[in-house]
Design a protein around this ligand. Sequence first.
Ligand SMILES: [Zn+2]
Length: 296
Amino acid sequence: MDALLSMTLLAVVCATPFWYPRWTLKRALARPLSPAALRTLADYIPVYDRMEPALQQQLQRLVVQFLHQKKFVGCAGLEVTDEMRVAIAGLACMLILNRPSKVYRPLHAILVYPGAFAAPRLDVGPGGIVTDVRQTMLGESWTDGRVVLSWEDVARGGREWSSGHNVALHEFAHQLDSESGTTNGAPYLGSADNYRSWSAVLSRDFAHLRHEAWAGNPDSVLDHYGATSPAEFFAVATETFFGKPWQLRERHPALFDELLKYYRVDPRDWQDAPVPELPVELPAVPANRSFAWANW
Ligand SMILES: [Zn+2]
């Protein structure tokens, strides 16, 4: 009898790590988000109200799972509020709609600073001399399961959604990128065909952005920061895909289509096409008047 009891206890102890997390997640998912949390989603994801109800419900469920599984840590004296937690979870989960996902399984903690923060960096100077420097950052993504964010900039990204700048979308895109094992601008894509087409399109548009950045072209739809590396290109392209989908489709149709295949949502469904700027009509120069800068 003692042996049977011992074996039963051993089986329970061994099985607990498997069933307990599932049981607690199931309990969490049974509780819907509060009305205040739903308002927060709409506040920080301005396109939320235009998403189909089924997609909204999918996002809510992912947010509940994210909040259940990830730890939030306030830094530099910041007290992380429920509003911050829900806003960050909502933005992270916008990137994993419509596909099977482990909800950022390697990620375990989100560190939140009140504003931009200084991070230590090694700088390689002339002659290969390495020095410690402190660099001001708005966000960081680490492969060891951490994302660091400036709350002030997360909130600005929500308020100015259509600017195409959103630090939370940027850092969580890096997390998706690193799920494939390396952070190199190619997240897990499944088939070899998908990798081939992704590589051809993103390599070409990355080279194009590098040229635009080098030339200082102010009309780029993609932020020149994306020219830093293939990983930054994917993160910047993600921000632009969600914030400026119409402009990205017009200027980089093949890149837009690759992102559409990967993210499985079309952000153009949630935003009106921007009104094209009218060409500025210059006044005609009178025939009997010679052109002089001072007269205009
Ligand atoms: Zn980045």
